[in-house]
Design a protein around this ligand. Structure first.
Ligand code: MEV
Length: 432
């Protein structure tokens, strides 16, 4: 066995894990010190965070920032955002301010249905499987009551159960397709538990009924593709009132830039990435699952067989309309949303919203982020703002003192930031 192979790593204490890493992987004591430096002083808080994962050895910190002035459906929010990309929060805040005088963001949840499947292979007569399911479904759902009762009390539960025939794709492939309303929870645990239990009843009862054909249940899992759990968001303003140089020309160029993302996949992916910059940051700050949201959003962007822009821009009468629809499966109760103390603070900051409100806020930040990016791209370009925000990182990498940082910023003024220019200025200051 390779000396780097280990059994029982998870049983080691945190300090033992780090020692083991130090011996086998980290050559530098500095890394070990760093891993320990990021341990929280509050043991209770540290244990809570350790509980979120297997084998924790440290904490990986990202900035927790706030974008104020987000007017969504007439209510003003300060939106918490967790991101490492320096220009994202500034861009969101800028767009929020831009749209505020025009009534801000108008968002509406257009559906909240989530989906899960039992994926199975059955080579017998389809009718036999279909009639088994129809005959036994009510009984299985009744047996699920201890799991579904609470969700039903909150106004949700299982909405439908149906057999889907996918035998044209793989011989014998069927799904038992479930639709759910999980109210204010993201619902992953609820959905997966329901699916696993229901599948177990199916297997047991299929055998008990003495059926000879093999019912091979392969997977029982929610889907992260939720096109029926969706939110629409829009901003609009009279073209002539837009606070830009030459509004008519600006709007033409803006609409064309968005159209380029509709028609060109290279632009579409980057355009949508800009949307997800905002969405992921709020999803993370509220303890939601950004991987699920990412996967669902990009799949939705290709729902017509070709990957395209999630947002659209057009003129309606004398107005510019900028809008987007996207699926967002978010929760405001359960899981990390209520366990992570800062996620709880985020929820408080947003007024402890139900899932629908959170979906509306998150989509608004996505559209704001998209607006800022396209606005910068068709005007001054993104590097000016980006590099300005990045300036601190550059200065820190160059080992500048706080006084040197201040002086470089003064000397740069409005000038475009280049690493070479910053280096030169720093050298000048140091020579003096
Ligand atoms: C950078 O993180 C995001 C942008 O590339 C988005 C866009 O191009 O629309 C600026």
């Amino acid at each position: 066995m390779n000396e780097r192979y280990i059994d029982g790593f998870s049983k080691l204490t945190k300090a033992e894990k780090i020692n083991w890493l130090a011996t086998h992987y980290l050559q530098d004591d500095e890394d070990v010190r760093l891993l320990k430096k990021y341990w929280l002083a509050d043991d209770q808080l540290q244990s809570l965070h350790d509980g979120f994962t297997e084998n924790p050895v440290s904490n990986y910190i990202l900035p927790y920032a706030v974008a104020p002035n987000f007017l969504v459906n007439g209510k003003t929010y300060a939106v918490p955002m967790v991101t490492e990309e320096s220009s994202v929060v500034a861009a969101a805040a800028k767009a929020a301010k831009f749209w505020y005088p025009f009534g801000g963001f108008h968002a509406k949840v257009t559906g909240k249905v989530k989906t899960g499947h039992i994926h199975l292979i059955f080579k017998g007569e389809k009718e036999k499987l279909a009639s088994f399911l129809e005959r036994r479904k009510a009984d299985f759902l009744q047996r699920l009551k201890p799991i579904t009762e609470n969700m039903e009390k909150r106004g949700g539960g299982i909405l439908s159960v149906a057999l889907e025939d996918l035998t044209d794709k793989i011989p014998g492939y069927y799904t038992v397709t479930f639709k759910f309303d999980t109210v204010d929870s993201m619902g992953a645990n609820f959905i997966n538990t329901v699916l696993e239990e229901f599948a177990m009843y199916m297997e047991e009862e299929w055998r008990k009924e003495g059926n000879e054909e093999d019912l091979d249940i392969l997977m029982r899992i929610l889907s992260n593709y939720n096109p029926e759990c969706k939110v629409h968001v829009k901003v609009e303003a009279p073209v002539k009132d837009l606070p830009v140089d030459n509004p008519e020309k600006y709007v033409d160029r803006f609409i064309t830039a968005v159209k380029m993302a509709e028609k060109n996949i290279y632009r579409a992916v980057t355009h949508n990435k800009g949307i997800m910059n905002g969405i992921d940051a709020v999803v993370l700050a509220t303890g939601n699952d950004f991987r699920a949201v990412e996967a669902g959003a990009h799949a939705y962007a290709s729902r017509h067989g070709e990957y395209t822009s999630l947002s659209k821009a057009y003129r309606s009468g004398n107005k510019l309309i900028f809008e987007m629809s996207l699926p967002l499966a978010l929760g405001t109760v359960g899981g990390v949303t209520v366990l992570h103390p800062l996620a709880k603070t985020s929820m408080k900051m947003l007024g402890n919203p139900p899932a629908e409100k959170l979906m509306e806020i998150v989509a608004s930040v996505g559209l704001a982020q998209n607006f800022s990016a396209v606005h910068s791209l068709i005007t001054e370009g993104i590097q000016k703002g980006h590099m300005k925000m990045h300036l601190n990182n550059i200065l820190m990498q160059l080992g500048s003192t706080p006084e040197e940082m201040e002086r470089v910023k003064q000397l740069l003024g409005d000038e475009k930031v280049h690493v070479k220019r910053v280096k030169d200025l720093l050298e000048q200051i140091r020579k003096k």
